[in-house]
Each structure stands twice: as C-alpha cells, then as structure tokens.
Design a protein around this ligand. Structure first.
Ligand code: 7RM
Length: 654
C-alpha cells in the first residue's frame, strides 16, 4: 500500500485495571463489556433504543429508532418528545434535591456549593427571564461568559425553553464574536461585565460592545452578569443586567417539550481551512451520548466529585460539564481562573480541597504541569482521586506515565478519550474497570460505536500497525446533524470522501496487534518526506521523550529534494537558548529522533521557543506553524494566542 501512513511508535507497556477498581465498577470485566459489544452488533438499533428508553425521561415516547431515509441526515428517536433540562435537573429532585450539583471556585479562592434544587430554581428563573426578553423556542442565544455557574444556568435555561445556545469562548475577539452572532442570527447575547484570569480582567462586555458595533444586527437584547464589578457602559435600549432581568420572574418554569431532533446547540469549530463551522447538535441523541459515555467511561457513582477542567466554550465543557454529569445526577467542580494562578499547584490544591474523585483534563495541561516538577503535586493529598482522564490531543507516553505515577500514584486507571465536537460524545476510550490501558492509546471504541481504519477506497485496513483514515461506519445518536446554514459543507466535509457511506473523522490512526486504536494526528498535518507519509504525533512524542524537551510540534516545510522536510518547534524544560539557537542540542535531538524512530523522521531544522501557539482548547496550531516556517504572511486569526510575542521567536527573529 503506497499511501499508507507509516507508524514508528512502539509501546509495550500494558496496565491492567486494579482489582479494587474493577470490583466496584459498572462494567467490571471484559466479559460484561463483550456482552454490550455483542448486543450492539446483533441489534444495533435495539441496543440504542433500549438505552434511550431506560436512560432518558420522555414526555412522549419515540416509535422509530433510526431513520436513514435522508442519509447522511440521520434522525434518531423520531416522534419522541422530551426536555433536556428536565432530564438534567427535575428528575433528580425527588431523591437528590439537596445533593450538590456544582462546586464552584473563583480565581480568588471563593467557594460555593449549589444543590440540584437550587440549580433547578436558578435555571427556571433565568428561563423565565429569557422568555420575558422575547426569546422563544428555536431562537439562537449567544453566550460570551466566564466559566461560572451562570454559564451552565444559561445553557440549561435555553434548553428549558427550546432556545438554541451557542457558546463563544471568552478569549475570542470582537470580530470572531461578531461572525458567530451573524452566522447564527442570534436574538440575544448573554455576557458578563468581565472576569478574572491570571489576575487580569477580561473585558467581556467591552468586547461584546465592539462586536455589536461592527455588526450583529440581529441582536435585540444583551443580558449582562455582574461578575468583576468594574465599570462598563450599558446601552439603554439594548442592555439589561442579569439581576434586573430576574426581578419579578417566577421560580417555576414548565419545560418546553421539544422533538428529539430539535437543535440543542450550535458550537463553532475552526477546521484547517475556511470559516468556522457551526456544528449543530440534536436534543435526545446528543444527551444520550453524553450520558452513556459519562457512565461507561467515567464510571460515575453516587458519591463522585467529577472535575472536568474544560471551559464551556469547548465541546468538552458541554458534554462533561453542562450536560453529561448533570444528567447522571453527579457533583461537578467548576473553576473560573487560570490553572497556574496563584501557583502551579492550583489544580492539585483544588483536588485536595474538594476531594475530587475523577479528574479530566487535556494533555497540554498535563505537560505544562509536569514541567513544573513533582514537588507541586506532592505537596497535596491526592488520595481522593480514583480515575484520571485526558482529551484533546494525542498524549505522549511520557506525560501519560507521569500522570499515572505522580498524580494517580499508580492506582488510578487513565482514560484517554478520543472524540470531536462533531461526535458530541466520547467515541473511543478504555472502559476503566475492564480494559487494560497502554500509554498513548485511546484503546477501543465504546459499545454501539463502529470505528474503523480505512484506506482511500474505504476498505478496512486489517493488518496491524498500518496507518489509515479513522472513520465511523454507522450513524450514532450524538452525531452532528449538519453545519448550521451550510448543509453542503456538512456533506462535503464529513461524508463525500467515502461516497456518503462512512463518517470521515479527519484523523489518521492505526490499530495494533490487540486491536487498540492509536491516533497519529490530523490528516491535514500528515508529512510527506521522500514519499514516506508520517503522522505528527509519533515524531513529537519522540522529541518530548528527550529529558530536555517539554513540548514539540512538527510540520512539513516544502523542500525541493524530499518533497517536505521535517521542521520542529521545540519548547525546552527551563531556559530557552540565547537567540533561540543551540547547535549542539539540535544535533543531539536529531540523533535522538533518528534512534527512536529512524533516520527518515530526523528533523531538518529545529527552532526553540518559550511557547507553542495553541488554540484555547490546547491544540497546537500547526497550520500557523506551517505559515511561519515558510516565512509567509499570517492570515489566520491569532487573536486567541495567550502570548503574541511568541510569533517573533517562532519566526526565528528574536
Ligand atoms: C474533544 C475534542 C477533535 C480533534 C480530534 C483529534 C484530537 C481529541 C484526542 C485527540 C488523540 C485523543 N473535540 N483529539 N481527543 N487525539 N487522542 N484522546 O477535542 O473538536 O475540539 O477536537 O482533537 O484530532 O479529531 S475537538
């Protein structure tokens, strides 16, 4: 196979779930998991229909499980009616009303516990406020908010009245906010005066004002939460304070029952080219995916304290902060500030303070915290933690091993969860009580998810360790429904590659001898060196395995002889070399990679920087790095970069 993506990573370590973990787990062994797989295989629709009936509370039952007549526009649980906020809140009130739903901590360290009863009331009240502002079922509401309980309250309140929310991450610029307002045609924006991050005020309202100055004419109301308390300007006829909007509203709000397929939210994701896509999710199918994955992968129990550190501006903050754990009746932790404020042990201090049992974060955070040394986590009692998770990027085996030993004290399973904004919920991950883990692998697909590795023609690649295209071969309940306002783009991006038959995830991956999946990187980022197709993940992982390297990103730079030459951007542990040059180290790293992977993967050039450019969810912006390596002008949106000064270093100019 000439177009195969070559794999070079060899990882032999295998960790069995501990007996103590398995004994109490919902899925305690491989045999139980096999039963679920078998059931999904024998009767795919029956498998999901049973779960939908049992796990969701319906206002009106559905008749048809899956309607494929308009593929790739699949409809799940047609005819069914329900309300998502009812499923996340009301149904816990009778038995668990006083249980804590949200433990909230702000950057200054103030804490607050919110019970299910109180959250329900707050959601009802804000839902009534939205109605009073003229928001109706189907209207779009933009959130541009801090990571505080009111963000979840707003999302749930929209769901309660059938309004469609779209969260815009608080770090995005006025221009990006305006683009999203215009694409959704939003009637209202919910924002805050500002919030603290790293001790600095983020000017949410001022940015929102700017966005509405340059466009966004559909917006009739801006609801402003008082959070930072600093001075901002209010536009009389348009803006209303959150607390004023809540005056005179009732404590009860009868849920608006919606059809299973009613859009719950839109979330924008920027692909490698073109404008961001408004990924549209459904109500019933989405919640079923979020809930089942929460139960299977995080093995949520009655007494768990679940902390997913993701912002609600990211899909992870939707499925594993705002919806999945609440539908499961769990207790979640929300934190508003930066991970290293006031110090690099903020996460560990909070795990200790709130007795967190399940901790879920991104590889970029793990690598950053690892770099700060073991003393910081070792200062804290982390014995409450029983399960660790990671999401967002391939995790390099070094970081995985550190996470396991220093945070998990060799006791906790690590769930490496692969999924996307588009998939709505986790698709691949080890079921922690049943599946043995390998550092760097997301292991197996969840029950009812048909993942495979395909070649260009759509045939399964059955030979082990041959890289190909990751695809999902059957529709699943929490899948995206379309791209808002651009249905053709939905078809072109996800379905046209395999002639409408399979969903193309856009990642390259391989399966090993045990059938475990290993993500190799985005297809768009695959390098082509002298005809060898190499994923980014394995080369980066080899670089990071060197004791002096903290982070690495590799890209292909056009090269006359080899087609592409490997260009590496490296962040060292400790100081960056003078002027970003260290010839001796560069030679050493080239040799190192050659030894670890092979001479073909040797970087032609290495540039040292203090940081790598990342999206707000922590993904390396490799397309931006390609532009920089080729010394071209930057056309991408860099407004979300934490440290713009870094661009000069990356260009080799400082
Ligand atoms: C949840 C999320 C999706 C892309 C996806 C991958 C990468 C996510 C993992 C991963 C390797 C993982 N949604 N990705 N999780 N790669 N291992 N466990 O991140 O839409 O923002 O990004 O992220 O490339 O396609 S997302």
């Amino acid at each position: 196979m000439s177009h195969e993506i070559e794999s070079t990573l060899h990882e032999e370590r295998l960790f069995q779930p501990s007996q103590t973990f398995s004994e109490q787990a919902r899925i305690p062994d491989m045999a139980t998991l096999q039963e679920l797989y078998q059931k999904a295989e024998d009767d795919y629709e029956g498998f999901w229909a049973d779960l939908a009936r049992k796990e969701l509370t319906w206002h009106k039952p559905f008749q048809t499980t899956l309607n494929s007549n308009h593929a790739p526009h699949y409809r799940w649980f047609e005819e069914g009616e329900l309300n998502i906020s009812y499923n996340c809140l009301d149904r816990h009130l009778a038995n668990n009303g006083d249980k804590t739903a949200i433990i909230f901590e702000d950057e200054k360290g103030n804490n607050r516990h919110i019970s299910y009863k109180a959250l329900h009331r707050d959601v009802c009240r804000f839902a009534n406020a939205l109605k009073e502002q003229g928001i109706e079922k189907g209207d779009r509401v933009i959130l541009y908010m801090p990571m505080c309980p009111q963000a979840v309250i707003t999302m749930q309140a929209c769901a309660r009245i059938g309004a469609i929310h779209s969260v815009v991450f608080g770090g995005f610029s006025a221009q990006s906010l305006k683009d999203r307002i215009e694409d959704t045609g939003a009637k209202a924006v919910v924002t805050a005066d500002g919030c603290y991050r790293g001790g600095k005020i983020i000017e949410l309202k001022a940015t929102c004002d700017k966005a509405l100055e340059i466009g966004g004419n559909s917006v009739q109301t801006v609801i402003v939460l008082k959070r930072s308390g600093h001075d901002i300007s209010m536009t009389q006829t348009r803006d209303i304070w959150w607390h004023d909007a809540l005056k005179n509203v009732a404590d009860e709000c009868i849920p608006t029952w919606v059809n299973s397929e009613h859009p719950l939210f839109l979330l924008y994701t920027s692909g490698s080219t073109g404008k961001p896509k408004g990924i549209q999710h459904s109500s019933a199918g989405y919640l079923l995916g979020a809930l089942m994955s929460t139960k299977w992968v995080f093995d949520i129990r009655e007494d768990d304290i679940f902390w997913c550190t993701a912002d609600v501006g990211w899909i992870t903050g939707h499925s594993y902060v705002a919806y999945g754990p609440l539908a499961a009746g769990a207790t979640i932790v929300m934190y508003e500030g930066a991970p290293t404020t006031p110090n690099g042990d903020r996460f560990w201090e909070m795990c200790e303070r709130h007795k967190v049992t399940i901790f879920y974060t991104a590889p970029t955070a793990i690598r950053t915290l690892m770099k700060l040394g073991d003393e910081l986590p070792n200062k804290h009692d982390l014995s409450s933690i029983r399960l660790l998770g990671t999401v967002g990027e391939p995790i390099n085996p070094e970081a995985w091993m550190w996470y396991r030993s220093v945070i998990g004290k060799e006791q906790c399973p690590i769930v490496d969860t692969w999924w996307q904004t588009e998939t709505g919920a986790i698709m691949m991950a080890p079921i922690p009580g049943a599946v043995a883990t390998k550092p760097g692998s997301c292991t197996l697909a969840l029950p009812g998810i048909d993942a495979d590795i395909l070649d260009e023609k759509g045939n399964s690649i059955t030979a082990p360790n041959k890289g190909g295209y990751l695809a999902i071969k059957k529709p699943w309940p929490s899948m995206l429904r379309t791209v808002w306002g651009d249905d053709q783009r939905y078809i072109d991006t996800y379905w046209s590659y395999f002639d409408g038959k399979y969903y193309l995830a856009g990642d390259s991956a391989r399966r090993d001898e045990d059938g475990y999946f290993w993500i190799m990187g985005r297809i768009d980022d695959v390098l082509n060196v002298s005809g060898h197709r190499l994923g980014t993940m394995e080369i980066e992982s080899a670089l990071v395995a060197h004791p002096r390297v903290a982070e690495a990103a590799v890209i292909g730079k056009p090269d006359e002889t080899t087609g592409e030459a490997i260009f590496a951007f490296v962040v060292l542990r400790g100081e960056r070399p003078e002027g970003g040059i260290d010839e001796a180290l560069t030679q050493e790293l080239r040799k190192w990679v050659a030894k670890q992977i092979g001479p073909i993967a040797k970087p032609a050039e290495i540039r040292y920087a203090d940081n790598l450019p990342k999206t707000r969810s922590g993904k390396i912006m490799r397309r931006l790095l390609r532009t920089i390596a080729s010394d071209e002008e930057i056309t991408q949106d860099v407004s979300t970069l934490e440290n713009e000064a870094i661009l000069l270093q990356l260009r080799g100019k400082s």
